[in-house]
Design a protein around this ligand. Structure first.
Ligand SMILES: *Cc1c(COP(=O)(O)O)cnc(C)c1O
Length: 396
């Protein structure tokens, strides 16, 4: 990488492609372009084989069977199929409640809300100030018969890791379906669909060093979870997701999953060390710096930090050499402060002074030292201007 390239600290928005993933995909762009459903000829069968190998790698990453993996265009689509598909298949004769968290990704919250006009009942649970779901709140919500509970594994702004095994046990005891949006979790924390008792699990290629525009939905076979498809078409993916499978993207997703299964924990240990290095540097430079969300149950690369006395937007503008964000990529163009932080009881004024930091597989210790120095200096510059301009004598 070029020395003056910006430091990339936005791994929750997307991750770079691992060079090994690109290498694995290459022949499926350049040499074999066949449709993996064209099983009447040799090229088609070779593409189909590659797709099925990829399916196996994705299944293995989450402790599933390959037959339980449905390929999609990403986690947004997987979440839509899981939530709307489960609700529409079940219909409104049985339980109509669909429970989720206030801190979920927009695509989960909107999928749940979209079902209200169809007769379902959205229930949006609060979280504790540390970002975790209170199990007693969940138990109380489940006293009324419920169709589906959707709880994300890792939050995309705060990196908070929910206790999925405990949540899954409570949900299954209540007889509801359990879905988890694991877009930020897959490849970053160990995930086992049996241990967490998930019926449905969504993941995304571009959050785990794979290609953009591809993802997967795990759909439990035993006991079988039934979904109504969103797309009409050729009936691919066992009728759940019609459309020609993008073999090159799926080979990339499979390779990303294979690497994550083999190296995810190594990544995690290294990234935790680098995050500490960055945090130490920032703490030393910025008195009153505050961390949002629990540090005890948090994904390795994440920091969500409130910088006292400055606007996060101003801080970003002062940091052209660091790629950072104020919140989720989908809503960071909005002027309204993060609803995720709001749900944790953080006032708007503080949310506006907050940055999300995401480290990744290729983040280096030298980058951490440079980022800490740049961010620290930018904060000091901005906060001293603020103090000067708020002192009447120094105003002119
Ligand atoms: C990125 C993300 C999504 C959306 O994934 P796409 O593959 O980009 O559609 C959904 N949920 C969470 C938690 C995410 O971080």
């Amino acid at each position: 990488m070029r020395p003056n390239r910006p430091i990339y600290l936005d791994h929750h928005a997307t991750t770079p492609l691992d060079p090994r993933v690109l290498a694995a995909m290459r022949p499926w762009w350049e040499e074999n372009f066949a449709n993996p459903h064209s099983v009447e000829h040799a090229l088609g069968r070779a593409a189909e084989e590659a797709v099925e190998e990829a399916r196996g790698h994705v299944a293995e990453l989450i402790g599933a069977d390959a037959r339980e993996i449905v390929f999609t265009s990403g986690a947004t689509e997987a979440n839509n199929i899981a939530i709307k598909g489960a609700a529409r298949f079940a219909g409104t004769d049985g339980p109509r409640r669909i429970i989720t968290l206030a801190t979920e990704h927009k695509c989960v919250l909107e999928s749940v809300r979209d079902l209200a006009p169809e007769g379902f009942e959205p229930v949006i649970l609060p979280v504790r100030p540390d970002g975790l779901l209170d199990l007693d709140v969940l138990r109380a919500a489940l006293e009324t018969p419920t169709l589906l509970v959707s709880v994300m594994a890792v939050n995309n702004e705060t990196g908070v890791v929910q206790d999925l095994a405990a949540i899954g046990a409570v949900v299954k005891e209540a007889g509801a379906l359990f879905h988890t949006d694991a877009a930020q979790a897959a490849g970053r924390i160990p995930l086992d669909v049996e241990e967490i008792r998930a019926d449905l699990l969504s993941l995304s290629g571009h959050k785990m060093y794979g290609p953009k525009g591809v993802g997967a939905l795990y759909v439990r076979r035993r006991p079988r979870v039934r979904l109504a498809p969103l797309f009409s078409g050729g009936g691919q993916e066992r009728g759940l997701r019609s459309g020609t499978l993008p073999a090159p993207l799926l080979v990339g997703l499979g390779e990303a999953a294979r690497i994550a299964a083999a190296e995810g924990m190594l990544d995690s240990g290294r990234i935790t060390g680098q995050r500490q290095r960055l945090l130490d540097g920032l703490m030393a430079a910025i008195p009153g710096l505050r961390i949002n969300g629990t540090m005890e149950s948090r994904v390795a690369g994440n920091l969500n930090l409130t910088f006292p006395g400055v606007e996060a937007q101003a801080l970003l503008a002062a940091l052209p050499d660091v790629c950072l964000s104020t919140g989720s990529a989908c809503s960071s163009a909005e002027i309204t402060p993060s609803y995720v932080l709001g749900a944790m009881g953080i006032p708007d004024s503080e949310a506006r002074a907050t940055l999300r930091i995401g480290l990744g597989r290729f983040t280096s210790p030298a980058e951490m030292d440079r980022a800490a120095a740049l961010i620290g200096a930018a904060w000091q510059r901005l906060s001293s201007t603020l103090i000067r301009s708020s002192t009447p004598d120094a105003a002119e």
